[in-house]
Write a protein that binds this ligand. Structure first.
Ligand code: AMP
Ligand code: TRP
Length: 359
């Protein structure tokens, strides 16, 4: 595709495309795994940002990556339920299925088809360096699925099958996006084309890495065995307030400036969460609460979190009562998505040298 780049508006997170992407229409893509439960980390690092990036100047495509989820075992009934629940979470977080294209990955077969090509572009050594694979496989490298190892090639395909130029994610996905760039560069180089864009990661905001409420050195995660370590988007007001009240902190008051939080990861995390929920900078939060104890800061944070998150959980519950509507949204999303992905796959096959069907 060599459409002329539309100029995104000045106050958006997307900077006008610089070379080498100047020939690509600005397009945003991101995905989340339907592996059960959404946390405050998913909301602040991803969903809230996805909603903010919707705009007139560029198209946004958001995906429930069900094919990624099965790289580790998923009970089929749970996978279906979690995919629909995630779709409800996207919409409740402000993603408008008319404005954005909202899909589940398996309904758009071109993702998996391009992933095969990328399996043949990406190198074993690149994959072996992926820290998410090393973390998830642990000592069990011989027994995890081949899909878990190849996971980043499918992620590169998710993005590049749309020629997406910008990908909003949390900090933990940075390495996968670097690999996506490497895949695009190698494909373009090997085939002597300028076909895939070199995607820009968009890792911005006050909470690109929300930490566990129990341990400031660990990421907040749906897989943490302790439910007190995270806020779930389905938690009610009492649970949210209680988890924040019990969050680990230290005995010192909040400092005058952010430098004073350098060695206080738990305190820093709560300040970041406050900032992201209030749409403030962390500096401004510290300036407002300087000298105050956590005894005063935590209730203010709890009130803010409840005010922001309760409408989301209420809306998710409402949407989950109308499964037929969710399924319709996903089918319609897939139809719109394939208008973009089918021509890009066709062109990719042509570049690679596959004989096309006779029409
Ligand atoms: P996952 O739940 O691993 O599929 O992640 C979906 C999205 O949420 C990705 O963009 C992640 O980077 C983001 N994310 C997950 N956990 C966190 C966290 N603790 N802080 C910030 N972003 C996160
Ligand atoms: N790997 C991402 C995660 O675990 C999910 C994902 C799959 C994704 N494909 C993507 C994110 C494409 C951004 C773009 O969070």
């Amino acid at each position: 595709m060599t459409d002329t780049a539309a100029n995104p508006d000045a106050n958006s997170a997307i900077k006008p495309a610089t070379r080498p992407n100047a020939n690509f229409t600005p397009r945003v893509f991101s995905g989340i795994q339907p592996s059960g439960g959404l946390t405050l980390g998913n909301y602040l690092g991803a969903l809230k940002r996805f909603a903010e990036m919707q705009g007139e100047a560029y198209q946004t495509v958001y995906c429930m990556v069900d094919l990624h989820a099965i790289t580790v075992w998923q009970n089929p009934a749970d996978l279906r339920k979690n995919t629909r629940e995630l779709c409800a979470g996207f919409i409740a977080s402000g993603i408008d299925p008319e404005q954005s294209i909202l899909i589940n990955q398996s309904q758009v077969p071109e993702h998996a088809q391009l992933a095969w090509i990328f399996n043949c572009v990406a190198r074993m050594g690149w994959m072996q360096r992926m820290t998410q694979f090393k973390d998830k496989a642990g000592k069990n490298t011989q027994n995890v699925s081949l899909g878990l190892f190849a996971y980043p090639a499918l992620m590169a395909a998710d993005i590049l099958i749309y020629h997406a130029t910008h990908v909003p994610v949390g900090e933990d996905q940075k390495q996968h996006l670097e690999l996506t760039r490497d895949v695009a560069i190698k494909f373009n180089h090997d085939y002597g084309v300028d076909f895939f864009p070199i995607t820009e990661p968009v890792i911005e905001g006050a909470a690109t890495r929300v930490m566990s409420l129990r341990d400031g050195s660990k990421k907040m995660s749906k897989s943490d065995p302790s439910d007190m370590s995270r806020i779930n988007l389905t938690d009610d007001a009492d649970a949210i307030a209680q988890k924040i009240r019990k969050a680990k902190t230290d005995p010192d008051p909040l400092p005058e400036t952010l430098d004073g939080l350098a060695d206080r990861p738990e305190a820093r995390n709560l300040v970041n969460i406050y900032a992201a929920l209030a749409d403030m900078t962390a500096e401004a939060v510290v300036a407002e609460y300087a000298g105050q104890q956590f005894g005063a800061f935590k209730p203010a944070l709890a009130d803010l979190a409840v005010a922001r998150l309760s409408p989301i959980s209420t809306e998710m519950a409402r949407l989950m009562n109308d499964q037929a509507e969710i399924d319709r949204i996903l089918s319609r999303g897939a139809e719109r998505a394939r208008e973009i992905t089918a021509p890009i796959l066709k062109k990719t096959y042509d570049i690679v040298g596959m004989v096309p069907p006779v029409v």
